[in-house]
Design a protein around this ligand. Structure first.
Ligand code: ATP
Ligand code: ZN
Length: 210
């Protein structure tokens, strides 16, 4: 039996459940439950917070997971990725107040930047020789400049309307992300075989959607 961890409730949840269903896998989903078992495939689905999924798969508590690449890379386990799933596309971007002067990344030298992604952002800045002060906050990053916590932010963007609504302008793309399937590195031969079957079905679903 394979254990697949998906986000309990959030932007990944519905597309993750739809993908599993379109693979022909049936299960009763009750949003208050922590897990469900499929009725026609040896699969158990665990419902977790997305941030917990990479660690659970790394430790083998779950065999597989569906999570955003942003969360996977931030957690420090990029090697768990098996394949991209094509949904929940978004980017991690740097933004500054609309009126602030900004010509290049050099302008962030010594600046306070609020983000929920200190690892990804830290590496991006280091690679470009920029030393900034990163302030890690877990939510509502986009209000940080207006409350005086930071002069810039780095956050998830899809349409850009949240940034605009907070008087911010996007100045650099730090990371591009989509939902990915991840797997524990030490699956048994039986589980590997099941994973291959599941991937085969997922790929067929994606081809049929095009
Ligand atoms: P949890 O309660 O599980 O911790 P969360 O609030 O951290 O949830 P969500 O906002 O549901 O997370 O986002 C989950 C993932 O969906 C993000 O990590 C990212 O990969 C993707 N995502 C976030 N915002 C968008 C967006 N606007 N458009 C598309 N995908 C997005
Ligand atoms: Zn989260």
């Amino acid at each position: 039996m394979l254990r697949l961890a998906i986000q309990k409730s959030g932007r990944l949840s519905e597309d993750s459940l739809n993908l599993i269903r379109e693979c022909g896998i049936s299960f009763l989903s009750a949003s208050y439950k922590l897990k469900t078992e499929a009725t026609n495939f040896p699969l158990e689905i665990l419902y977790l917070r997305d941030d917990d999924i990479p660690g659970y798969v790394q430790d083998g508590v779950a065999d597989l997971g569906i999570v955003g690449q942003n969360v996977l890379v931030e957690a420090g386990f990029p090697g768990l990725e098996v394949e991209g799933l094509g949904f929940s596309k978004c980017r991690l971007s740097l933004a500054v107040p609309r009126a602030a002067a900004y010509d290049s990344i050099e302008d962030l030298q010594g600046v306070n930047i609020a983000t929920s992604y200190p690892q990804i952002l830290g590496q991006y800045l280091t690679e470009r020789g920029v030393k900034a002060n990163l302030h890690t906050i877990s939510g509502s990053v986009e209000i940080a400049p207006s409350i005086g916590l930071a002069e810039a932010i780095c956050d998830i963007v899809s349409s850009g309307s949240t940034l605009l609504g907070n008087g911010l302008r996007e100045v650099e793309t730090v990371f591009r992300s989509e939902a990915v399937l991840i797997a524990n590195q030490n699956l048994s031969a039986e589980k590997k075989e099941l994973l291959e079957q599941l991937q085969f079905r997922m790929q067929a679903v994606r081809r049929a959607r095009r």
